[in-house]
Design a binder for this molecule. Structure first.
Ligand code: PGA
Length: 228
């Protein structure tokens, strides 16, 4: 089965030149080494760089709740679709935290994204000390509201950008909880994924959401190469 490897560049690359160099390095590595590889690679740059990048599948890091109108600063799902974007990350823990996104808004974003023909990736996961099953149950029930066609990224918040990646057994358990609540959905893992630990997750889930390590082309290409 094809694995989904998503690069979340966040707000890290600071110039067009940096973005183009990073994208070109990743694209070259993938086309040269991975023609037989069973992976779909998705690059999620900051919004403004989306039109610069051609040749790999693109994703956005967020989307407006609203489909259109007087919503200064927002980017709609149809605008993303028109640019050729295929995926969108929804409910990332950094958007929940810094943009104060609620499960209700996240649910509306999923609906708008699906209506525009985007493939949404809903991020769920517990903070340090929280009960995993409880958090997943709430975020999935309130976020999905019965929607189908959403990919779920299990991202324990304490594992994001910390080098404290989650043990595989816990990821297996989280995936079970997710499928029990959400049905037969694709589940990917995110949280301090790197070239050393990628393979262990790929054995138990459908893909990876990669932050820090996606900014280093060689490391990211090696992560993609760990897909059989
Ligand atoms: P990380 O980020 O790989 O740097 O932990 C993952 C994410 O935020 O999606």
């Amino acid at each position: 089965m094809e694995k989904l490897i998503v690069a979340n560049w966040k707000m890290n690359p600071g110039t067009q030149q940096e973005v183009i160099e990073l994208f070109d390095a990743v694209s070259r590595g993938i086309t040269r080494n991975l023609t037989q590889n069973n992976a779909e690679v998705v690059i999620c740059p900051p919004f403004i760089y989306l039109p610069l990048l051609k040749g790999l599948t693109l994703g956005a890091q967020n989307v407006s709740v609203e489909p259109k109108g007087a919503f200064t600063s927002q980017v709609s799902a149809t605008q993303l679709k028109d640019l050729g974007v295929e995926y969108v990350i929804v409910g990332h823990s950094e958007s929940r935290k810094y943009l104060h996104e609620t499960d209700e808004e996240i649910s509306k974003k999923l609906k708008t994204a699906l209506a525009a023909g985007l493939k949404p990736i809903l991020c769920v996961g517990e903070n340090e000390g929280e009960d995993r099953t409880e958090v997943l149950a709430t975020q999935l029930a309130e976020g999905l509201q019965g929607l189908l066609g959403v990919i779920i990224a299990y991202e324990p918040v304490w594992a994001i950008g910390t080098d404290k990646n989650c043990d595989t057994q816990s990821v297996v358990e989280a995936a079970k909880v997710i499928k029990k609540i959400a049905g037969d959905v694709g589940v990917i893992y995110g949280g301090s994924v790197n070239a050393e630990n990628a393979k262990q997750y790929l054995e138990v889930v459908d893909g990876l959401l990669v932050g820090g390590a996606s900014l280093k082309p060689e490391e990211f290409i090696n992560i993609v190469r760990s897909v059989d």
